[in-house]
Design a binder for this molecule. Structure first.
Ligand code: B16
Ligand code: MG
Length: 218
């Protein structure tokens, strides 16, 4: 029986990717690196350090020390924090407000499994922080997505079993993490790209709790 929902943040509850891209773009400019068109897709769902390494690779600048990389990540995060100050409940993606309300009405417990260390700030900006019984702190994780660790931890925060939860993801690495944790995966995006998910919808606006429960039970 479905008892809990686990949510990725960026690309599922809100589109913070555009702010990540803008902040990485400003850092790249300081380093004289031009981001290719594919940058947004290549950065999606990756940890902060993995994202920086992708950007440095775009510019063939993989020679920096750990300390320099930390400074670059701090610079990017300062820019990002400034940008997300403008986020409001209007930035919640279509269909999500209804889905969360329906889930709350159905007594489902909810948790956040985001790689973003800024997730608590964004949840507050969106006005939905109180709906979640748990938010995994990615700073405490050993492995990033596609490792299942983050989804296992989110499920533990809710005191539920893998067979009792459904998790939502927009990134291939995220779906892989969910399946590695033995949970039911709802993919949001292209069904060919997210083919490892158990159920896929094209956009968040297509999410219906009744459809998800019907697929989970079948
Ligand atoms: P931060 P998600 C991910 O969020 C983003 O998709 C990814 O672009 C970002 O680099 C990562 O969080 C870390 O974010 O720099 O804020 O700690 O999709 O896992 O919700
Ligand atoms: Mg995501």
């Amino acid at each position: 029986m479905l008892k809990g929902l686990l949510f990725d943040l960026d690309g599922v509850l809100t589109d913070s990717a555009k702010y990540h891209l803008q902040a990485w773009g400003e850092l790249a400019k300081k380093l004289n690196i031009t981001l290719p068109e594919s940058a947004n897709d290549e950065l999606r769902g990756r940890s902060r350090l993995d994202s920086l390494n992708v950007i440095l690779k775009f510019g063939n600048q993989q020679y920096y020390s750990e300390q320099q990389k930390k400074e670059f990540m701090d610079t990017k995060n300062r820019i990002y924090l400034h940008l997300i100050r403008a986020m409001t409940p209007q930035d919640i993606l279509p269909g999500i407000t209804d889905l969360l309300a329906d889930a709350q009405g159905a007594g489902l417990r909810m948790a956040i499994a985001s790689a973003s260390r800024n997730a608590p700030i964004i949840l507050n900006q969106l006005g939905i922080a109180d709906l979640f019984a748990g938010v995994v702190d990615p700073a405490t994780l050993i492995h990033g997505k596609p490792d299942p660790e983050i989804y296992e931890r989110a499920q533990q925060l809710l005191h539920l079993r893998a067979t009792e939860v459904t998790a939502f993801e927009d990134a291939v690495v995220g779906v892989q993490a969910i399946k590695g944790a033995g949970q039911f995966a709802v993919g949001i995006g292209n069904k060919h790209v997210l083919r490892q998910a158990d159920y896929v919808v094209p956009t968040t606006g297509d999410l219906r709790l009744s459809d998800i429960i019907a697929n989970f039970d079948s």
